[in-house]
Write a new protein. Structure first.
Length: 213
């Protein structure tokens, strides 16, 4: 494990680097070479989305074989998902939204949940349950940089990881905001490069992303 077995907080995970690759993994055999390519490019956190049958096995393999990478899951929709991610060795869970069942499963759970919000009311619900590190999703469609600036006034204690529609070109606009710790996006490790096994291109994309500009 990247943290010698210690449970990392959401804040620690979201401050590890400026960009978190969001990955759809169709073949678990790609997990380890992908993690190594990202690491070679300077990335230390990866989000494997639970959108494919290979996702949990991929998280399991990265956790066991590339412990320098903090592997977690995205598209965590249910309390069963959350438990399965923790059992697979995932170190965090990210959800596109929030539900009472997810909050209950995350409460004192083995791994941190980073819930997604897109409105002030959802943010207030998350804050009321003690969550201060949130995913802002879908970032570009939900108001982007201007929305995050507007949320900072009433909610100065909240830190965001915006995701959805973010690219190498616009990520610096998000990263310049004081309430953004990192951004998430699929551009660093797109499915077509993973399926081709083009690890060199992924490493190059990771180098640019890890520089945050
Ligand atoms: C997602 O849920 O797929 C993530 O938010 C990534 O979005 P992106 O493909 O627009 O980077």
């Amino acid at each position: 494990m990247a943290n010698n077995g210690k449970k990392l907080s959401a804040l620690e995970i979201l401050h590890t680097g400026p960009v978190v690759p969001v990955v759809v993994l169709r073949n678990a055999d790609h997990a380890v070479p992908l993690a190594k390519a990202l690491l070679a490019g300077g990335i230390r956190v990866v989000e494997i989305t639970l959108r494919s049958a290979a996702a949990l096995e991929g998280i399991r393999r990265i956790s066991a074989e590339v412990p320098e990478i903090i592997a977690g899951a995205g598209t965590v929709l249910t309390s069963d998902d959350l438990r399965a991610v923790a059992q697979a060795g995932g170190q965090f869970a990210i959800s596109p939204g929030l539900t009472p069942a997810l909050f209950a499963a995350a409460h004192d759970g083995p791994i941190p949940l980073i819930p997604g919000i897109a409105t002030p009311s959802e943010l207030m619900l998350a804050q009321e349950r003690g969550f201060t590190e949130l995913k802002f999703f879908p970032a570009e469609a939900a108001g982007g940089v201007e929305m995050l600036k507007a949320l900072h006034g009433p909610f100065p204690r909240i830190t965001f990881c915006p995701t959805g529609g973010i690219s190498q070109e616009n990520c610096k606009n998000y990263l310049s905001l004081s309430n953004v710790s990192c951004v998430g996006g699929s551009w660093i490790a797109p499915p077509e490069l993973i399926e081709k096994g083009d690890w060199d291109t992924i490493s190059e994309l990771a180098v640019n992303a890890a520089s945050g500009n």
